[in-house]
Write a protein that binds this ligand. Structure first.
Ligand code: SF4
Length: 474
């Protein structure tokens, strides 16, 4: 790979811990020409709202915007499965010229009659923002006619960053909260905000809380239900994970209904235990809750430590790069990797803010590269410079890792393995161990291996000697 130069305008979004006290630039639109790893505004709102399983999700735009279907970015449900179906108005040239309002009205009416959802979310995409369909008016009209909440989600892809999509999702959720009676809710009750139940995590977390004697009113949005969200203002505490996506809703509920919130993470042993203790401490009038939390932590940690220690021995000194959506997850990952004997040499996120990056700087070792809104070339450059053994990221980072010949762990919306909670920590350790220690990497050019192709046995190609494919030998 030729030498990668950092674009001048990007320099302030990258820092090396220990080399000067540079103030990190972040929370700004991606630089044109930098080909950011970030997703668009619509994608931000889609990942937050889609897990609501008994709602209809209609993407108003060209069919390509709806490409991330449930099969790619899934979320498990214990009951209703409506969220697994993908609906798009499939805007075409005719609607671009004459408007897509009629098509939207027809699609919404037909879908609501066919599926009887509890609510409908209508996502505006780029083209809808450009042609100016009055999505609010159409949603209002259908809501009146069908007598369910029909909520516009203003997530035109061009209008900001993925974080603006989170905001649009929170705005839509805020319109549901408070619309049902909260009668009968326990004084020891919480809402879980910001877990999307990609692989069943919310069921584990929910069980920990219920075993502590706490009622979970609503899970927002993993395994989410419209009715629960409507009465979630009856809970006594909002527990926010993935703070980037859900803090706005928590803030809204604090101001409007006086519900306090705390930020937690469910990734890694320390952070998982800390989350349970923080919630227990919120209910000092019931000391049994804290006692039960301590019991759960003790039992779970005892069960997983022997296996974790074995992985940690093998992984001692290996180096990891982290590039995730929200930086709160990066904090937990740095700690979890430390527990596995690994060193984080690069940590970055798509949507971190100043205080997130300050915290990340505190947490990381000297020399760690901290990066905001990276592009693939920058990630490749630093992965090679730091001689990384493992990249943790999502669907867009996976090919970077494999092309460079290093281990990869998917910690994003496409994964199918639960990585949260105590059990999740064990799953994470197993996955990291299997990927980092795989013998396949010694064949990667980066480790001195040769490029081999079954199509070119025994040929000379671009000056490189090509030998037999290793699959014949392994
Ligand atoms: S950027 Fe615009 S056109 Fe592309 S997926 Fe997002 S909303 Fe659709």
């Amino acid at each position: 790979m030729p030498e990668v130069r950092i674009l001048k305008e990007r320099e302030r979004q990258i820092l090396r811990k220990g080399s000067g006290d540079q103030d990190m630039a972040c929370e700004q639109k991606s630089l044109a020409g930098s080909v950011s790893q970030r997703a668009c505004v619509f994608c931000g709102s889609r990942v937050v709202l889609y897990p609501i399983a008994d709602a209809l999700h209609l993407v108003h735009g060209p069919v390509g915007c709806a490409a991330y279907t449930w099969d790619i970015r899934g979320s498990l449900s214990s009951g209703a499965q409506l969220h697994r179906l993908s609906f798009s108005t499939d805007i075409q040239e005719k609607e671009v010229i004459f408007g897509g309002g009629e098509k939207l009205y027809a699609a919404l009416s037909e879908l609501i009659d066919a599926y009887h959802p509890k609510a409908a979310f209508v996502y505006s995409t780029c083209i809808v923002g450009l042609i100016g369909d009055d999505v609010n008016a159409i949603c209002k009209r259908v809501a009146r006619e069908k007598e369910i909440p029909v909520l516009p989600v203003h997530s035109e892809g061009f209008k900001g960053t993925k974080k603006d999509g989170y905001q649009a999702a929170c705005d839509a959720l805020a319109r549901l909260v408070g619309t049902r009676s909260p009668e009968g809710i326990s004084p020891f009750s919480i809402n879980i905000l910001g877990d999307f139940n990609l692989a069943g995590e919310i069921w584990m977390i929910r069980k920990y809380y219920e075993d502590m004697g706490i009622q979970v009113v609503a899970t927002v949005t993993g395994d989410g239900r419209v009715d629960d969200i409507c009465k979630s203002h009856g809970a006594r505490l909002n527990v926010v994970q993935c703070s980037g996506s859900m803090t706005k809703l928590a803030e809204h509920m604090k101001q409007r209904y006086g519900i306090p919130y705390i930020k937690v993470s469910y990734f890694g042993v320390e952070d998982m235990a800390d989350a349970l203790y923080k919630v227990a401490e919120h209910f000092p009038e019931n000391p049994k809750i804290l006692t039960r939390a301590k019991d759960i932590v003790r039992q779970e940690v005892q069960a997983l430590m022997p296996e974790l220690k074995r992985y940690a021995q093998a992984l001692q000194g290996k180096k990891a790069a982290i590039y995730v959506g929200g930086s709160f997850k990066a904090f937990s990952l740095v700690r979890a990797l430390r527990l596995l004997g690994m060193k984080t040499v690069l940590a970055g996120s798509q949507t971190g803010n100043k205080s997130d990056y300050e915290q990340l700087k505190e947490l990381c070792d000297e020399g760690t590269i901290i990066i905001d809104d990276a592009n693939p070339l920058e990630l490749s450059k630093f992965v090679k410079e730091k001689d990384v053994d493992l990249l943790i990221g999502g669907v867009k980072e996976r090919p970077i890792a494999y092309k460079l010949g290093l281990g990869f762990c998917d910690h994003n919306h496409e994964r199918k393995e639960a990585l949260a909670g105590f059990t999740g920590m064990l799953n994470f350790a197993r996955e990291v161990y299997s990927s980092v220690m795989s013998p396949v990497w010694r064949f990667a050019p980066r480790r001195g291996g040769e490029y081999r192709s079954s199509l070119s046995i025994g040929r000379e190609d671009h000056g490189q000697r090509i030998s037999e494919p290793f699959c014949c030998h392994s």
